[in-house]
Design a protein around this ligand. Structure first.
Ligand SMILES: Cc1cc2nc3c(=O)[nH]c(=O)nc-3n(C[C@H](O)[C@H](O)[C@H](O)COP(=O)(O)OP(=O)(O)OC[C@H]3O[C@@H](n4cnc5c(N)ncnc54)[C@H](O)[C@@H]3O)c2cc1C
Length: 323
């Protein structure tokens, strides 16, 4: 029996969270005495596929989909189920990404399997199979028992560190008899914004709240984000006021993000904002109010005026970057 780990790629490379997913899948498989099998659909080079062995994949299977622009979850669900049959998959793991969140419930519904999203911990044992996740905007952990034979989960971002296990694997290209007639949705065109890092992809996010005082001061955040190769985000009141575009608003009603580093400048740390950013690996906050709730969520905190602190930080980053 196996744990089937679905690894989506972006233009032939795996996002960082896929390494976390494979690490977690391997640890779970080891504990359940199953094999960790990676399934990667699409066009990924063999050496990139083999790289997943470094994180402990026992087998790496690749199904070459007929058309790189296929965007059809029912088609991918068919692919997953055909592969699952071949490898006797009992547990299905997905990243908690847009792709994972779309596919995992489909697989669960097809098998009548239990489904838990954004899991944070590995079950201690196979029976009872109990997983942990955060609820109430990340304020509380809950343990959920999954009772069905087959189980489907998505992994919360940064729930585990990607840890090397160094297993040698030779990727296998699988043919599973794809039914092209099942493809009903295709991508026709792609428009990319030039020179801008997508907020949901960014490893570093520089975010501002009402404490930034006025829209002009966000140029400081743009400069810092540019230096760090990151993206700019904001709180909801900031986008409601029209200081920043609505697609930068993070939180319960905005984007859910989990960068490696999240800077919060002039952000109070309301629960609705934290709901969208608290999975960040490291949070650094700058606020004039030492009692601001953001400091409870932050790993690093500075009590300072953002407009005084930011130029100094920008200068320090520039000095660090200059040869
Ligand atoms: C149903 C619902 C959904 C919501 N969804 C979201 C959501 O998705 N995302 C979201 O962000 N909010 C959301 N909100 C709003 C949320 O409750 C807060 O009101 C909002 O996050 C506060 O934004 P803020 O931190 O920018 O502003 P404020 O709460 O006004 O905080 C400003 C902070 O800046 C500090 N400050 C002031 N001057 C400076 C300075 N010069 N330098 C440094 N710090 C300074 C202040 O001490 C303060 O802590 C939602 C609310 C509701 C009711």
């Amino acid at each position: 029996m196996s744990v089937l780990i679905f690894t989506e790629n972006r233009n032939g490379t795996f996002p960082g969270y896929i390494r976390e997913l494979v690490t977690w899948g391997r640890q779970l498989a080891d504990r359940m005495q199953m094999q960790a099998v990676v399934l990667s659909p699409g066009e990924v080079k063999e050496e990139t596929l083999a790289g997943l062995g470094k994180y402990g994949a026992g087998r790496v299977l690749c199904v070459r989909v007929p058309d790189p622009d296929v965007m059809d979850n029912r088609f991918y669900a068919d692919v997953i189920m055909k592969v699952a049959e071949k490898v006797h998959a009992e547990i299905f793991l997905f990243a908690h990404s847009n792709t994972g969140k779309a596919l995992a419930p489909v697989i669960a519904a097809k098998y009548g399997a239990a489904y838990v999203s954004a899991v944070t911990g590995i079950p201690e044992q196979a029976n009872p199979f109990v997983v942990r996740k955060k609820i109430f905007s990340g304020k509380v952990f809950t343990d959920i028992r999954m009772k069905t034979g087959k189980k489907v989960m998505t992994l919360a971002p940064h729930a585990v560190e990607a840890v090397a296990a160094y297993r040698e694997v030779t990727p296998e290209i699988l043919s599973v008899g794809l039914d092209k007639a099942r493809i009903t949705t295709r991508r026709l065109d792609v428009h990319t914004s030039q020179g801008k890092v997508l907020l949901t992809d960014a490893n570093v996010v520089v975010s501002g709240g009402r404490g930034m005082q006025n829209p002009g001061n966000f140029s400081l955040l743009e400069e810092l984000a540019g230096l760090l190769g990151g993206a700019v985000a904001c709180t909801r009141p900031v986008s409601d006021e029209g200081w920043r575009p609505a697609d930068e608003h993070a939180g319960q009603t905005g984007k859910i993000i989990a960068p490696d580093l999240y800077f919060a400048f002039g952000i109070s740390g309301a629960i609705q904002h934290l709901a969208g950013v608290s999975s960040s690996k490291v949070i650094a906050a700058v606020n004039t109010d030492p009692d601001a709730p953001i400091f409870e969520a932050a790993d690093y905190g500075v009590v300072a005026d953002a407009m005084t602190f930011l130029p100094k930080l920008i200068e320090a980053v520039k000095r660090r970057k200059s040869p």
